[in-house]
Design a protein around this ligand. Structure first.
Ligand code: DGL
Length: 252
């Protein structure tokens, strides 16, 4: 593999880049944060498709040979049209409904994601195929993306915002919760502490490690050769870069 493009509506995709760097440390990554247009969660699918196409054209011009859509919302809205329009391989996010359904003991799983992801046919199909008789409780992580973009990962206000979306899932009996938005893993320590304090035993599933393993397989299948002569990470964004750079330093 030589150059890998990766994009998200903001800094959330860094939670995926973190896992990619573990399995493929010697590559050249170009990360694009579309933070001038963040959040994507409540934008139309047409808008997200247009942004995704123009970001991918730019990443390909800069040499990307494979692109990871490190955003559940953009995967749901745009990956099919990206695959039609561009000849390079794309790897997208999949809400981890299947492993959650296999792992639950209570028979209830929770899914935290954006409104766009939860309403998309891609998610609805995954749910139909893999939920296997378990009950799925869903909640939009309202305000989570804004917390991560402003690096507010703890404190009283962040706790209140996270509790409002997490507690309904815990109260409904979910013992496995899928993180269906790439921003949410940055709030995992806070979510774990809220659950523990209230006496809930719950496991959170972040699909990023599985997506990174899939990236390795896709690259190998397509014969994209490994190890770039200029490894490293280039960070680009459509808006201010400071919080992106700070969050990036925290994943290293
Ligand atoms: N990080 C994104 C996702 O995985 C997008 C969140 C947003 O911009 O609303 O869905």
């Amino acid at each position: 593999m030589a150059t890998i493009g990766i994009f998200d509506s903001g800094s959330g995709g860094l939670s995926v880049l973190k896992e990619m760097l573990k399995v493929l440390p010697g590559e050249r990554y170009i990360y694009y944060s579309d933070n001038a247009n963040c959040p994507y969660g409540e934008k139309t699918a047409e808008f997200i498709c247009e942004r995704a196409e123009s970001i991918c054209s730019m990443l390909i011009e800069k040499g990307a040979e494979i692109i990871v859509v490190a955003c559940n919302t953009a995967t749901a809205a745009a990956i099919a049209s990206l695959r039609k329009r561009f000849a390079i391989p794309f790897v997208g996010m999949e809400p981890a409904v299947k492993p959650a359904a296999l792992g639950t003991r209570s028979g209830v799983i929770g899914v935290l994601a954006t409104d766009g992801t939860l309403k998309a046919s891609k998610y609805l199909n995954t749910k139909d195929r893999f939920s296997g008789g378990v009950r799925i409780e869903e909640h939009v992580g309202r305000g989570f993306v804004e917390l991560v973009e402003s690096l507010e990962l703890d404190g009283k206000r962040a706790r209140g915002v996270v509790e409002a979306s997490l507690l309904p899932l815990l109260e409904a009996g979910a013992d496995v919760i899928v993180l269906g938005c790439t921003h949410y893993p940055f709030l995992l320590p806070l979510m774990e502490s809220i659950a523990k304090e209230r006496g809930y035993e719950v496991r959170f599933i972040d699909p990023a490690p599985a997506v990174s393993r899939h990236l390795v397989e896709v690259a190998a299948e397509r014969g994209i050769s490994s190890a770039d002569p200029n490894p490293g990470v280039i960070l680009l964004s459509s808006g201010p870069k400071e919080s992106l750079e700070r969050l990036y330093r925290s994943i290293l």
